[in-house]
Design a protein around this ligand. Structure first.
Ligand SMILES: Nc1nc2c(ncn2[C@@H]2O[C@H](COP(=O)(O)OP(=O)(O)OP(=O)(O)O)[C@@H](O)[C@H]2O)c(=O)[nH]1
Ligand SMILES: [Mg+2]
Length: 460
């Protein structure tokens, strides 16, 4: 395929010791020869095997030295994109790396679209579509485990399973097609039985992959966990204790938190999206009231609610309201401020209500946070019965395609069961085969590709 030469900053923008500007395409060498010099200012030729040069980056028009650093030459096909690639590892200043990028553009490269490097790797046949998407999930992975799952996909586990299923489908279809050409009754029966038998086993495998999609989603997006309670019970203190950092403002003034604050924590390898909210109470303050509305909304959106209660004082009417507001959702009662002792009236009151777990902690002293995490893990374990070795689908597009494939397969089996014509069965099998191909990008139209790759970040 014919491509132009593209470039982008491949690292995150910000102060760092190095930043990488990536250049890929057939004229990567010529482009970079215009802007790279040796340390002593001599010109450089990018040819032959991979190499690393310590040199200068200059502007192609003015020849002004912009920076110096390591320049990596990686000729295709042994590079990320399978094309000729030059990576300029320069100092990490925000302006500096922009200047380097501008020099590369001035030397003749085009600014890459988001995900275009990975798209090329795909179009050049180095990785399949599920691997390409997994690269994106890897970039976004929020915990080690989620990262590992994405990495497995990069390595092609998911693709291997789909390919194996497609192979069986092709064999099955061939069997059916052959029978169409030699139509004898008993042979037709055998073919139909085969469709039912192989179909049933394939259906199971597809179902397993579909079921994994929910786990995949959790690994990618985290379990939405709302921290709610009346003002001043220690919600923000709990967020900070779980994050092990002073993320949220904590004061002894009720109504401190007004906006919704989201942060990710890793609980036993499962990402939680913790949402700290405004304390729920009746208030005249307009800003606080908006916060309270958002707080109520977050209860509705949550998959798990941590109801924070101040156990050191008798309960208030606002606590009663909290208990009522959360009774329909999965909740854990977090009894805070145990460092001050538990109030007997509070204890009696709480015993009237039920939750998935009740944990006593001190957010301020960071006591029993591990116990709370253990309980959270236990409560959500059911959602993510994680088999550490299975194949996970982390992607809604793949899930939808698998569902279509599933329907087609069931159509083929129903047709076989009802003794329909073999042509009808063959068509349904063919659709199943094609849908599965779409999952890993083996029969994918250009539009869909653009759509998928445009969701990548720049420089990948
Ligand atoms: N003794 C004690 N004090 C705590 C504990 N947790 C929080 N506090 C104190 O309670 C006060 C309120 O804490 P916050 O974390 O701001 O409470 P909040 O629920 O976020 O309050 P709003 O944002 O106003 O709704 C602060 O003075 C905290 O230091 C605890 O475990 N023990
Ligand atoms: Mg707060």
């Amino acid at each position: 395929m014919d491509f132009d030469t593209i470039t982008a900053i491949a690292t995150a923008l910000g102060e760092a010791s190095i930043s990488v500007v990536r250049v890929s395409g057939p004229s990567a060498a010529q482009v970079c020869e215009r802007i790279v010099r040796t340390k002593s200012g001599k010109s450089v030729h990018f040819e032959g095997d991979r190499k690393v040069i310590y040199g200068q980056v200059v502007h192609p028009a003015s020849s002004d030295v912009i920076d110096e650093g390591l320049i990596l030459w990686m000729p295709g096909p042994h590079s990320y994109t399978a094309e000729d690639v030059v990576e300029l590892q320069v100092h990490g200043g925000v302006q500096l790396v922009q200047n380097v990028l501008e020099a590369v553009l001035a030397a003749g490269a085009r600014m890459a679209e988001p995900g275009e490097f990975t798209k090329r790797a795909f179009l050049n046949g180095r990785i399949d579509l599920s691997q390409a998407e997994a690269v994106m999930d890897l970039i976004r992975a929020k915990t080690d485990f989620a990262g590992k799952v994405a990495l497995q996909q990069v390595k092609g586990r998911f693709r291997d399973e789909i390919r194996a299923m497609r192979k069986e489908l092709i064999a099955l279809q061939a069997h059916v097609e052959v029978t169409i050409d030699y139509p004898e009754h008993d042979v037709e029966d055998v073919a139909c039985r085969q469709v039912l038998e192989t179909g049933a086993s394939l259906l199971q495998r597809i179902d397993k992959l579909i079921a994994s999609a929910n786990v995949g989603r959790i690994l990618r997006d985290g379990i939405a966990t709302a921290i709610v309670g009346r003002p001043n019970v220690g919600k923000s203190s709990l967020l900070n204790a779980m994050l092990r950092s002073d993320r949220a403002i904590v004061t002894d003034i009720p109504g401190t938190t007004r906006d919704v604050l989201e942060e990710y924590v890793n609980v036993h390898g499962i990402p939680l999206k913790l949402v700290d909210t405004a304390g729920i109470r009746e208030t005249e303050d307009i800003v606080e009231r908006i916060g309270v509305d958002k707080s109520r909304q977050s209860i509705e959106d949550a998959e798990l609610v941590l109801v924070v209660l101040d156990g050191s004082v008798p309960p208030t009417a606002e606590d009663d309201a909290m208990i009522e507001d959360t009774k329909a959702v999965r909740r854990i009662f977090v009894v805070n401020k145990v460092d001050k002792g538990i109030d007997p009236a509070f204890e009696t009151w709480l015993s009237n209500y039920s939750a998935a777990a009740v944990v006593q902690i001190s957010a301020k002293e960071e006591m029993y946070i591990t116990e709370l995490e253990n309980n959270i893990a236990r409560v959500i374990q059911a959602d993510v019965s994680i088999e550490r070795d299975s194949t996970y689908m982390t992607n809604a597009r793949q899930k939808n395609l698998l569902e279509v494939a599933r329907t087609d397969l069931i159509n083929a089996m129903d047709a076989a069961d009802a003794g329909a014509t073999l042509d009808l069965i063959a068509v349904a099998l063919q659709s199943t085969y094609e849908e599965l191909g779409l999952v890993i990008g083996e029969e994918t139209g250009e539009d869909l590709l653009d759509e998928i790759f445009s969701r990548f970040c720049l420089g990948k």
